[in-house]
Design a protein around this ligand. Sequence first.
Ligand SMILES: NC(=O)c1ccc[n+]([C@@H]2O[C@H](COP(=O)([O-])OP(=O)(O)OC[C@H]3O[C@@H](n4cnc5c(N)ncnc54)[C@H](OP(=O)(O)O)[C@@H]3O)[C@@H](O)[C@H]2O)c1
Length: 317
Amino acid sequence: MAAGVEPLGWSPGDAAGDDVVVRVEAAGFNYKDALCSSGHPGVMRTSPLVPGIDAAGAVVAGGPLPAGMPVVVTGNGMGEVRDGAFATFVRMPAAVLIPRPAGFPAEAAMALGTAGLTALLACDRLAELVVERHAVRDEAWLVTGASGGVGMLSVAVLAASGRRVVACSRKASAAAPLRDLGAVEVVSPDAIRDPTPKSLVKGRWAGVVDTVGGPLLADVLRAVRPGGAVAAIGMAGGADLLTSVHPFILRGVTLAGIDAASLPTHDERAGLWQRLAALWPRVAATFPVTRLALGDVGDWAAKMLAGGTTGRGVVIP
Ligand SMILES: NC(=O)c1ccc[n+]([C@@H]2O[C@H](COP(=O)([O-])OP(=O)(O)OC[C@H]3O[C@@H](n4cnc5c(N)ncnc54)[C@H](OP(=O)(O)O)[C@@H]3O)[C@@H](O)[C@H]2O)c1
């Protein structure tokens, strides 16, 4: 996609009904966008389609919102069933736009984006399940796929709420930023894998944010402490889960699914964006963010699908 290309079939002044035209100042790069950019039919449900599920910018025209108002918008079919954020303008219904918190620049908002929303949802869910129900305070918490966007931000959110966080990453190069974000230890997947074929192994983790899925999730489930919980977010390492019921019925472990795209209400999302704005100053100096042009999208998507990116990419159209 060439720089400056606008979504097909409309122009900035062309807002229909309640739709609002937003000038995109920055767009977050999510795993879903990598899949869409590669033509994955599970994400790209219509063609042609502009990818990009996260946008931050300012209102240009249309709907009830004043021109110039800083906004963010995520999901709601963008980059899946309607043209998304890897463009200079995006058109969305007024009802799904969220006012961008004061003093939160578009680029910073997109450095966090859906990855940040997902990290907050996962950590909140774990806090309900593990801390409140079982009063487990000083044990180790695990984040897998820790060099990724959701992984790094989950490390930061858990550490900010006082957890002892172990970050699991295949990349030695990610160890320094993960420690800076609050991990007390950085381990490789091999280091936490227990080779014994038992359905339960020594309980190590009070809570787990898992962005990898597949065999790593199955392995981690065997090592969750009694009353612990796992927030299942992603499938970068595989969608199949071969496990047993033993962690659930012998240790009371909870496997909680996180779906950032559809669960939070509009008001809840607005609240989460306020929390992301408050999180940003804590992570700004250490969270790796790569600025991308529209012409970089294809290469970044390929690198991301190969598990080779660290932190977040932000597209500046
Ligand atoms: N449930 C939801 O609402 C929701 C929201 C956002 C994202 N997601 C999902 O969460 C996952 C992570 O998203 P993200 O934006 O953080 O992606 P990302 O930045 O690409 O991070 C994914 C990380 O997974 C790890 N990984 C392990 N095995 C891998 C493999 N075989 N191939 C590729 N990566 C592998 C890598 O970390 P290491 O190298 O450090 O191990 C990689 O950096 C994706 O599956 C995404 O679709 C779900």
